[in-house]
Design a protein. Structure first.
Length: 149
């Protein structure tokens, strides 16, 4: 399992309550671009439509340069379908209806030859919680520095 990218901004702004793993439907050149690290999860979220299908919205995948001829009219921010079990989708629908909960992508990684997305049911952090996260991170950094010496 090789992590390609993590959603640092999302993990800072949200507290993850539950995690799920989903497959990602991509075209051939998109797969090459993602494996090359040309993906951004900044500002992206997961939406469930009326047909009970999960979509990764606002995820930017840059066009793959060597396949520029095949990608006429390519849209980098188009919604991409997530592959989840019906049971998982129903669980996410029920839980995301609660006030203050949303579904965000946490990371994109490879599992064998497949590209997977780790998504999480999350609650937004308050400003105080964010300050606590920064404080803990600084303390951990200081501890690592002193142990290194």
């Amino acid at each position: 399992m090789g992590a390609i990218i993590r959603n640092k901004e999302g993990l800072f702004s949200y507290e993850v309550l539950e995690k799920y793993t989903a497959g990602l439907v991509l075209s051939g050149p998109e797969v090459k671009a993602v494996k090359g690290g040309q993906i951004s999860l900044k500002g992206s979220y997961v939406s469930i439509d009326a047909n009970n299908e999960a979509w990764l919205v606002n995820c930017h995948i840059s066009p793959y340069k060597p396949a520029s001829g095949q990608q006429q009219g390519y849209q980098p921010n188009q919604p991409r379908k997530l592959l989840l079990n019906r049971k998982e989708i129903n669980s996410l629908i029920g839980k995301s209806k609660q006030k203050g909960l949303t579904i965000i992508p946490i990371s994109v990684y490879t599992s064998r030859r497949l590209i997977k997305v780790e998504i999480g049911l999350a609650r937004g952090k308050t400003q105080v919680d964010k300050r606590d996260s920064i404080r803990k991170r600084e303390i951990d950094r200081e501890i690592r520095r002193t142990l290194k010496r």
